[in-house]
Design a protein around this ligand. Structure first.
Ligand code: KIV
Length: 286
């Protein structure tokens, strides 16, 4: 379990001299181990799972079952980072009881907190989850679960009134008790205003450099993603190309007979070979 507690995260503000929070998504045990070994502060088991792992066009297709399955895989790696589970679309929209049960499922699967998308209209659900002792991370701006309502994956808060509403929503979300806030897909000066306006940390994605932390999707960061990456993505590796190259070399070796080599094969001892009545000299051991 993470050494970084929710109260410690809640207090992290760059303006107070704290270092920015580093969050990365992960969806399975190896990814969680890599993120943890690399020193990430938080791992988000994001509903981006739908697009980067499960092959859907948007995030609307994943269910609480899907999310719990992947939260559990991440938690089994026992990462040193704080694990946040993303509540999928329709898991916190219907009733308060269902919302709390769904958040609890992610906690029972191994999450230490949950994240949900949306502004003021989500306040009652945020309060209910927090009342059940489950820490909540907010998420405003470009909220992918609102894809159809927004008319596409579009930068939010470009106009004065929309920007003002984002700042108001951030304040309300802080007041409701969230311990951190993801700010996605908004102009950098607007994210800066949001960050200034609240005492909980903002974690930006496509929100410029003045947030209290940054998050990237694992597959974007490592170049494992085949879709066109948004402008805010910085690729730190090209593991997609490295994977194709490695598998192509394996295929070539299989086809040429170069794989497996003798050292990659199991052998019979002389006695075992004799019992089989086999076939010339067998090396012993291995
Ligand atoms: O699902 C996700 O990966 C997210 C991040 C992009 C913040 O919500």
């Amino acid at each position: 379990m993470s050494n970084l507690t929710v109260p410690a995260i809640r207090g992290r503000k760059v303006r107070n001299g704290d270092s920015p929070l580093v969050m990365v998504t992960a969806y399975d045990a190896p990814g969680a181990r890599f993120a943890s070994d690399a020193g990430a502060d938080l791992i988000l088991v994001g509903d981006s799972l739908a697009m980067v792992v499960l092959g859907y066009e948007d995030t609307l297709q994943v269910t609480v079952d899907d999310m719990a399955h992947h939260v559990a895989a991440v938690a089994r790696a026992r990462p040193g980072a704080h694990v946040t589970g993303d509540l999928p679309w329709m898991s916190y929209h219907v009733s308060e009881a269902e919302t709390v049960q769904n958040a609890a499922r992610l906690v029972r699967a191994g999450a230490q907190s949950v994240k949900l998308e949306g502004g003021r209209k989500r306040l009652p659900m945020i309060e209910k989850i927090i009342a059940a002792e489950i820490p909540v991370m907010g998420h405003i701006g470009l909220t992918p679960q609102s894809l159809h309502a927004m008319g596409g994956f579009k930068v939010q808060g470009r106009r004065y009134e929309a920007a003002r509403q984002l700042v108001q929503a951030a304040k309300a979300i802080e007041h409701a008790g969230c311990f951190a806030l993801v700010v996605e897909g908004v102009p950098a000066p607007v994210a800066e205003q949001v960050t200034e306006a609240i005492d909980i940390p903002t974690i930006g994605i496509g929100a410029g450099p003045r947030c209290d932390g940054q998050v990237l999707v694992y597959h974007d960061l490592l170049g494992l993603q085949d879709r066109l990456a948004p402008k805010f993505v910085r690729r730190y590796a090209d593991l997609g190309a490295a994977s194709v190259d490695a598998i192509a070399r394996f295929a070539a070796d299989v086809r040429s007979g170069a794989f497996p080599a003798d050292a990659e094969s199991y052998h019979l001892t002389p006695d075992e070979a004799a019992a089989f009545g086999i076939f010339g000299p067998e090396r012993s051991g291995g």
